[in-house]
Design a protein around this ligand. Structure first.
Ligand code: HEM
Length: 146
């Protein structure tokens, strides 16, 4: 039995075929890394110690007091957002038939991704675990203004 594969609806140039190959590779590589990052994140937040009941501002402040979890969360943020956006781009390319609809959706996807990466990175890099004038009971134990 032979199978005939239909000609793609929108054939691409060699250059964009190469880009698609890197996109395909990125989905696999980031997927493998995200498995480690997401499950590590879930285990640290939900299983270790008191579990979900321990999550509050102090818990996040304590985690982000060292560079380890900031870097972990930063890599997770970038990889997951680019992975999710590139995955949605694939779906849009598969299902949106009109070129202007496809173009507008893809541009919107990357714009939203860019804004979220920017805001998330800003939060991770500028976060202060001991902000002045906050309720002492909300602060992590190591804060001197507690
Ligand atoms: C546990 C970690 C994850 C793994 C192992 C993983 C793996 C993958 C792989 C291998 C693909 C490509 C599928 C294909 O080309 O047929 C994919 C597609 C996709 N992923 Fe993930 N992913 C993970 C997390 C995420 C997260 C956190 C998001 C959202 C932010 C996401 C959103 C998507 C989307 C929208 C697609 C496109 C679906 C499609 O083509 O049908 N994934 N994922």
């Amino acid at each position: 039995m032979s199978i005939t594969i239909e000609t793609p609806r929108s054939p691409r140039s060699r250059k964009s075929a190469k880009l698609e190959k890197y996109g395909w590779l990125y989905m696999r590589a980031s997927g493998a890394l995200l498995l480690v990052l997401i499950f590590g994140h879930l285990i640290a937040n939900l299983f270790v110690g008191e579990g979900i009941r321990a999550i509050d501002f102090g818990f996040v402040g304590g985690k982000w007091a060292t560079p380890f979890w900031r870097i972990w969360d930063g890599i997770m943020l970038w990889l997951a957002l680019i992975h999710g956006t590139n995955g949605m781009r694939t779906l849009v390319n598969d299902y949106a038939e009109r070129p202007w609809v496809r173009k507008s959706l893809v541009v919107t996807l990357w714009a939203v991704c860019g804004v979220l990466i920017l805001l998330g990175t800003l939060v991770i890099t500028t976060f202060d675990p001991c902000p002045a004038n906050s309720l002492p009971e909300l602060l992590p134990s190591f804060c001197t203004n507690k």
